[in-house]
Write a protein that binds this ligand. Structure first.
Ligand code: GLA
Ligand code: GLA
Length: 671
């Protein structure tokens, strides 16, 4: 990996909150561009992402550079007072380059190359792609350095989107080198991957391949291939960043993540320290009735990987996407709620894909800030209103989300390990448990930080370890230290089962937490989607059960039906002082989970961001100068919150109780 120069002093790219989106003027005639700029000014757009797919525009033929179109656009945007997040155009390999070097296309697990014509059509390890991509980045950075419109860099686009796992010969070579560097000797590798199983031991690094089609590969190899693929893409990012840093040392550099529930295509939490601003693209799934909770999860996770934020919402949708079977439009009021929900959770920007809906191309039906219908549309009306609201919220910029007393631990590697190899349940979804717990906390208006598993836990009251299948000894130790220092820990089933090599920690599950919990299990009893088990206190367990024994813990509830009836289901070990360690050996249905969390939160003294009516989301951002309570009513009935202050969106002052109309948003400057 190229070495990084120190992070420059980077201010946020716009005054106050950033507002805008991806802008693709190369798709439109000049009159349309002039209309765009006038409309952008009218509604307060202050930042656009330019040139994401413009490689062939900048380099129409091999080695012939032409930045005249870009120069014109940068000047026009600058005159309009709109700042530019300039993309390196490396996501879209020009067709001339595909013709010259077809070998750079990524290959799938069957060895079939991707067809040219989409995007991210490159093998992440290809030295040919690396050379051509750095040549255009160098030329672009040299050309625009010093232009006043350009305020930040956007490297490529969604690195790994479509090309994250390559099995071409170049990737195989690179994987061999990566493995050799990680393990040093073949013996160490055989030991780490457990190659004696099925007599697969290697005698030389030359024998290693990427885990491609139709053979059952071992869990250690599969997990390392995920890590390798993430590292190969990070190398590309770092190589581009190094070029940009040389020419424009003061401009922040980022790339747009796709942080959702996880596991993601690359390991964003481990990439984040290489970003000057951590940026995310987030798209809701219309048919999911709890999509607002999924959105809040991604925001809480973004905060966790960006050292508390503020972070940047680089893309989301003004309406429907176009890649689902049925692409549902946003419901009335949802555009504003979704935009401000990201801000509530720590984003200092509201950006969209994209400014103007395209007429043609793959995403011709993807929604945009300015739809095909033009400015007399509901979406553009909502976008215009949003621009006004963001201006009213200017003073919120730079504040951070405060008041999180609960941390949920998350690790992409745990999700990768879970899907790498055969397991007791082979439809495991890494984030099911974490999402259920996060959702239940959301409904209690309890602020949660979703943290990388290696984070500092000091200051939290409760740390939850939900389905964290893989855990290192060091991270398990920090969870135990937290409980020993008086904190409350909740560990759920299928946490701490394997170590970093995807090797089972033996001696009773969950091996990494057995001593802390004072409880252990000997066998898994997974449940089908139709099955559930009752607990002797009336709770209901779903998805999984286990044959559990205690060894120092108190049994809070036992199984009263199913194959493990009579054995403990939920246990609690009291530690010295106020510390406690809970084990939840099954997932609880929503009602039971709510009762469980009420008890845990009550004992630990966790308080919500505000007392609210059902369906109202509450999150607080604060700075040295103000405290802002975001209240978003996702319910179809009018609601309320107990708080006092002035609604920045309307100027109305509320005393003691704030009405939050059905589907509405209030942002209170608290007194
Ligand atoms: C077969 C094989 C064994 C083992 C078991 C369990 O019986 O012969 O090697 O794989 O299935 O899957
Ligand atoms: C992603 C990409 C955009 C666009 C949108 C909408 O976020 O970065 O280029 O494709 O999705 O589909």
């Amino acid at each position: 990996m190229p070495t990084e120069s120190p992070r420059p002093v980077t201010a946020w790219p716009t005054p106050a909150l950033s507002f805008g989106g991806d802008y693709s003027p190369e798709q439109w005639p000049h009159e349309t561009v002039l209309e765009d700029l006038a409309l952008m000014r009218e509604i307060g757009v202050n930042l656009v992402t330019l040139g994401v797919f413009s490689w062939v525009k900048h380099e129409p033929r091999d080695g012939q550079f032409d930045f005249s179109w870009l120069d014109g656009m940068l000047d026009l945007l600058h005159e309009a007072g709109i700042r530019v997040d300039l993309a390196t155009p490396t996501a879209s390999v020009p067709m001339w380059l595909h013709r010259l070097h077809p070998e750079m296309l990524p290959q799938d697990e069957f060895g079939h190359p991707l067809a040219p014509g989409g995007r991210n059509g490159f093998c992440p390890s290809s030295p040919v792609y690396r050379d051509f991509s750095l040549r255009i980045v160098e030329a672009l950075a040299t050309h625009v350095a010093g232009h006043p419109a350009v305020v930040m860099w956007h490297v490529g686009n969604e690195l790994g989107g479509g090309n994250a796992r390559c099995h071409c010969p170049v990737s195989n070579d690179h994987f061999r080198r990566w493995v050799q560097q990680r393990y040093g000797s073949v013996d160490a590798l055989n030991e780490a991957w457990g190659m004696s199983f099925w007599g697969n031991s290697y005698s030389s690094f030359e024998e290693i391949t990427t885990p491609s089609s139709r053979t059952a590969h071992n869990p250690g190899q599969l997990l390392d291939y995920e890590r390798f693929s993430s590292d190969a893409l990070l190398d590309q990012y770092l190589a581009e960043k190094a070029v940009l840093r040389r020419h424009t040392p003061d401009l922040p550099v980022t790339t747009n993540f796709m942080v959702g529930l996880g596991p993601d295509v690359v390991d964003y939490a481990r990439w984040a320290p290489h970003m000057d601003i951590v940026a995310n693209d987030h798209y809701t799934y219309g048919p999911d009735p709890l999509r607002h909770q999924e959105l809040s999860f991604s925001g809480d996770r973004m905060r966790g990987i960006s050292a508390g934020g503020p972070w940047m919402l680089m893309e989301h949708a003004a309406g429907a996407a176009s890649w689902h079977a049925i692409n549902q439009a946003k419901k009335p009021g949802e555009l504003l709620r979704h935009a401000l929900a990201h801000v509530a959770r720590g984003s200092d920007s509201v950006m969209y894909f994209q400014w103007r809906a395209s007429k043609s191309g793959t995403e011709q039906f993807h929604s945009a800030m300015l739809p095909h219908a033009g400015r007399t549309s509901r979406i553009f009306g909502d976008i215009t209103a949003l621009g006004g609201h963001l201006a009213s919220l200017a003073e919120v910029a730079g504040s951070t989300v405060t008041g999180a007393q609960v941390a949920l631990l998350h690790d992409n590697e745990a999700g990768w390990a879970l899907k790498s190899g055969l397991k007791p349940t082979n439809q495991p979804v890494y984030a099911d448990t974490i999402r259920a717990i996060h959702g239940s906390l959301f409904e209690r208006a309890v602020t949660v930080d979703v943290l990388p598993a290696w984070s500092d836990l000091a200051g939290y009251k409760v740390v939850i370890v939900p389905g964290l299948f893989l855990v290192s000894a060091e991270n398990a130790r920090s969870v135990a230290d937290f409980a020993e220092a008086g904190g409350t820990v909740v560990v759920t089933w299928f946490s701490g089962i394997v170590d970093e090599r995807n090797t089972v920690i033996t001696g009773g599950y969950p091996g990494a937490f057995r001593d802390l919990l004072g409880a252990w299990s000997e066998e898994f009893y997974p449940l089908t989607p139709e099955e559930s088990v009752t607990l002797d206190n009336g709770w209901r367990g779903i998805r999984s059960s286990e044959l559990v024994h205690t060894d120092g813990a108190e049994v809070i509830a036992g199984y009263s039906s199913g194959d493990v009836a009579g054995y403990p289901a939920v246990t609690r070990r009291a530690l010295a002082g106020t510390g406690s360690a809970w084990y939840l050996s099954t997932d609880l249905d929503p009602a039971s989970l709510g009762e469980f969390l009420d008890r845990v939160l009550g004992e630990a003294g966790v308080t919500p961001a505000a007392r609210v009516s059902p369906g109202v989301e509450a999150v607080r951002r604060s700075s040295s100068t103000g405290s802002y309570l975001f209240l978003l009513n996702h319910a179809a009935t009018d609601g309320w919150a107990d708080a006092t202050g002035v609604d920045l969106l309307t100027g109305t002052r509320h005393e003691a109780r704030v009405p939050v109309p059905a589907g509405g948003v209030v942002v209170l400057r608290e007194e």
